[in-house]
Every structure is written in C-alpha cells, then in structure tokens.
Design a protein around this ligand. Structure first.
Ligand code: SF4
Ligand code: SF4
Length: 274
C-alpha cells in the first residue's frame, strides 16, 4: 500500500517578502558549515541578469512588498550589485544577506549614500555560529568572527539596522548565546543589531514537522535565475520550485524537504525581518 504524505501544505498569505538569489554558486569564502556544493572553478557565470529582476518587480507591482532580500551564495559578488540594489530600493526596503567580507568602511559609506537617495531602508543580515572566536572560525573560516564584528560595528556607526543570525551549529543554550553576544555588543559599542538564534541544518533527515509555525514560505517567494521557489533555502531544488515567473506561480507548497523539518523546529521565519 502506498504511504500517505503527511507533510503540511503551506499557503502563502501575502507576498510581502521577495527573496532574490543573485548567484547560487559564487562566494568568496568556503565555510566548513556551508551546505552549498561549490564547483571546482572559483568563478561561475550564474549571476541573475538585472533585466530578470526588473521583470519580476513589474510582475509583482500590485503586491504589497515590505522587503526585498538580496541573497546568494554571496550576493555582493554580483558584478551589477550596486545597480540592482538601487533598482530594488526604489520599490521597498532591501535586506542584504551577506558574509560581511565586502563591508569595509568605503562600501558602508556607499550604502549609506544610496539609502539617503530615497525613503526606503537598507538592512544587513550577517551570521556567526558561536560567540567564541576560535569556535566560530572553526565552523566558518579563519577571520570570519573579527570580520563580522568589525562590519557590525561600522554599520552601527552609520546607523544601519542589522540582524546577526546565529546558526546554532554547536547546539548551545539559546539564552547563553544571546547573553554572550549582548556582552560583546556592549564591549564593541554595537547597537541597532538584533540577534536571531536559529537551529542550523546539519543534513538531518526529516521526521516531524508538526511544530511548524510562521514560515518564510507563508509570506514570500524566491526569484532565482531559473524560476520561482517557495523560499531561499530551496532555491535551485526542484522540490521547491513553484513556477517559472511571477506571471504564473503557485501560492501553495507542500513542506516535505529536510530543510522544512529544520524550519519547523525553528517555528518562525528564518530569513524575513518583516
Ligand atoms: S559565506 Fe555563506 S555562501 Fe559563502 S561559503 Fe560561507 S556559508 Fe557558504
Ligand atoms: S524550508 Fe521552511 S520556508 Fe522553505 S518551504 Fe520549507 S517550510 Fe517553507
């Protein structure tokens, strides 16, 4: 007898969040904990054309977008990143999900200038795995902790609102993580930065997603170079594909991947800020 699929079907309530995967395979780093399977070549020409983004913005012009998220691999490796940022910012707020290694003072000053050209806000989303530098860099790459703290400190000086996502790679107590990062933020004079602790995906098999709550796929969709996906975690995965363009895409999705299981355990939006 065929088994019955009990995975929940999530219906998108509103398209408030538009995730745009600027590149699937380009990143200037190689984190130990990264789940992307990078090709041998360092430079892959898989950048989404800006034209495709303009088309998506036109197709969604009647949607009440709160925020556009520029994601990757590393979105700031896109050769037209600055132009794409300006295009998206004309529509609504923009959140840049980055490893932070391009966020030197010059780039942050540029972001501040671009933000000042209109009324919408730029948010930055960076991530770490541990409040201890050595433990963090062991899971990510050497220098990641210092680079991220430096970027958050500079962003805070320029009055940006940032989110530090802590992928709980070491399965620590959530309060311990928050307390330690709050201490570091005080020491480093970092303000305007929210801390979000999430369970990290470690390749575990899906077993129970009954705890699923307010997920990203209920409030958004992800545009990638080859179509529309239920959420950024599933971009490029045929199981997450919900259409070819925003002219014609599904607002329902059966959450049956291992990522959905992790999402369920987090019982909340992992990417979205609004
Ligand atoms: S910075 Fe992000 S995309 Fe790049 S290797 Fe690390 S986890 Fe993967
Ligand atoms: S991973 Fe989470 S946000 Fe993505 S489709 Fe599955 S349940 Fe939805």
């Amino acid at each position: 007898m065929a088994s019955i699929c009990t995975a929940p079907v999530y219906k998108m309530e509103a398209l408030n969040n538009l995730f745009i995967e600027l590149t699937a395979k380009n990143c200037n780093q190689r984190c130990n904990c990264c789940f992307i399977k990078f090709p041998m070549s360092k430079m892959v020409k898989d950048f989404i054309p800006e034209e495709k983004i303009r088309e998506a913005l036109e197709d969604t012009k009647n949607e009440n977008l709160y925020c556009i998220y520029l994601t990757g691999a590393e979105p700031m490796t896109h050769p037209d990143f600055n132009s794409i940022l300006r295009t998206c910012l004309k529509r609504c707020n923009v959140s840049i999900c980055t490893n932070g290694s391009f966020l030197n003072e010059k780039k942050i000053r540029f972001l501040s200038k671009v933000e000042g050209e209109g009324n919408n806000q730029i948010f930055l989303q960076l991530s770490l795995t541990h409040f201890n530098e050595q433990e963090n860099d062991r899971a990510k790459y050497r220098g990641n902790f210092r680079q991220t703290i430096f970027a958050l400190k500079t962003l805070s000086r320029y009055n940006f609102n940032s989110v530090l996502t802590v992928q709980n790679f070491y399965s620590l107590d959530k309060a311990e993580i928050e307390n330690n990062f709050n201490r570091i933020f005080n020491e480093q004079q970092i303000s305007n930065t929210d801390i979000k602790v999430i369970n990290s995906y470690n390749g575990e098999e899906m077993n129970d997603i009954s705890v699923a709550g307010n997920t990203d796929c209920m409030h958004g969709r992800c545009l990638s170079n080859d179509g529309i996906y239920a959420c950024p975690f599933l971009a490029g995965d045929f199981r997450g594909r919900v259409g070819s363009s925003f002219k014609n895409f599904s607002d329902s999705f059966r959450a049956e991947t291992n990522f959905c299981s992790v999402c369920g355990k987090n019982s909340g939006k992992m990417f979205s800020i609004g």
